[in-house]
Design a protein. Structure first.
Length: 180
């Protein structure tokens, strides 16, 4: 098990983080406007816990760890209404991040619900100060929130966002052409 897999497992196994973990899934599902019959891609699904907070949808869970995926090649999916990318984009290098978002656009995705850390938040700054490390020191993040927002902004428009405990942002993005 590599460091990234270990960190994800610890996050999902921690009883202490259960309130945060379930809160982020509930909030993302509510903000998405998901409804019965929608086709949903849970990109970076890990153990597919988001499913518990969704109505009766056609659910596709993709994770680079194949044991959690119920879809082999997410790029072949068609007519996806909503992509959930919760705590995923910050783990992708900029070029891969931009490619994934471009693919979502080309697939005709109607909405992306993204959650990513807000490194500059008062909570994150305090925790880093308290423990004496930088935000990226022990975390497997390779893209910062500004990089993620810029990549999404190229093809999608942010139509809503909310913070969660002043540590992460959950945001909803729709295709650019809807502005016109």
């Amino acid at each position: 098990m590599n460091i990234e897999e270990y960190a994800v497992k610890k996050f999902y196994d921690s009883k202490l983080l259960r309130i945060y973990r379930n809160g982020r899934l509930r909030k993302a599902a509510r903000m998405s406007g998901v409804k019965d019959g929608d086709r949903v891609l849970d990109f970076g699904c890990y153990s597919q816990q988001l499913r518990r907070y969704l109505p009766k949808v056609e659910y596709f869970g993709y994770d680079k760890n194949k044991q959690f995926s119920n879809v082999v090649n997410w790029k072949r999916l068609k007519d996806i209404d909503i992509v959930f990318a919760l705590a995923v984009f910050e783990h992708l290098p900029k070029a891969e991040l931009e490619d994934v978002i471009s693919q979502f656009s080309e697939m005709g995705v109607k909405k992306i619900v993204a959650e990513f850390p807000w490194e500059d938040s008062p909570v994150n700054r305090f925790v880093c100060w308290l423990f004496g490390f930088t935000f990226h020191h022990f975390i497997t993040h390779v893209s910062r929130w500004r990089t993620i927002v810029r990549a999404l902004d190229k093809r999608f428009e942010c139509v809503g966002y909310k913070h969660l405990f002043w540590a992460t942002w959950i945001s909803v993005w729709e295709p650019e052409e809807r502005k016109k």
